[in-house]
Write a protein that binds this ligand. Sequence first.
Ligand code: 13P
Ligand code: SF4
Length: 310
Amino acid sequence: MDKSFLIPEIIRLKQEKNAVILAHYYQNEEIQEIADFIGDSLELSKKAQNTNADIIVFAGVHFMAETAKILNPDKKVILPDLNAGCSLADGCDPKDFKIFKEKYPDHVVVTYINCSAEIKAMSDLVCTSSNAKKIINSIPSDKEIIFAPDKNLGNYLQKQTQRELVLWDGSCVVHEAFSMEKLIEIYNKNPTAKIAAHPESESHILKAAHYIGSTSGIINFIKTDPAAVYIVATEAGILHELSKAVPDKTLIPAPSTEDNSCACSECAFMKVNTLEKLYWCLKNESPEIIVNESLRMEALKPIQRMLELS
Ligand code: 13P
Ligand code: SF4
């Protein structure tokens, strides 16, 4: 379908239905351009919590839309494609996690927001990459902690907080795919460049980084830092917002080990959403995110604790 039809129709439907489009920075450019708000996971959760819209179109992945529904049971939350999963969320099965958790009955359970409602419901606290350190530091030092599902973020947090965390063995397929060899090659060609990395990346990448933070954190760092060249180790969708914010700076996506067409890292889950699917989803108000009420109530508690601490 032609964009000249889709864009005005999406805008019209949005007004007619009092809908809001929330998009993550990893969405494709066309979706970012039509969104009412673009943000990182924490900002999107806060927006979802405070919106006056009747319908939330969540242009992101399933766990994000599900979090919006948990926070807004009375609103209709729709996702352009229900197949927009996440390797972290999909790699943490509730049955397996229950068994894992039972091995550490006295531990406080902190989970990264990239997990299902079932996992959130088994947690004491939820965090995102932008508040994880604060959340861990809020836990009394005599308490032991389980951190799931991202072992790379968990390893980073252990170093940052000097706390020992029991880690679930999960990872993000996108951030785990950065090639150190190719990164060194690019850096040697651009020795004045600064490296900005997302904490879902592996420890050797984080060790080389000048800045580590969430997607919004990386954008703010590059906006305010005086360097002229940056190597950006996160999903390539972030470059759209960044190139608008800092048109005079050179932005180089950190290379992935995969030999793909863009030679950079793209989240295939995020990219299943398209402008056309967004149009149909808004028109048909489907696919809709449904969360069983008793599960929702349990999953809400650790999210609310996080929002109170953020
Ligand atoms: P943030 O937007 O919170 O940095 O998270 C990145 C991510 O991988 C989302 O899935
Ligand atoms: Fe999940 Fe990684 Fe994609 Fe984020 S980038 S949605 S963590 S697979």
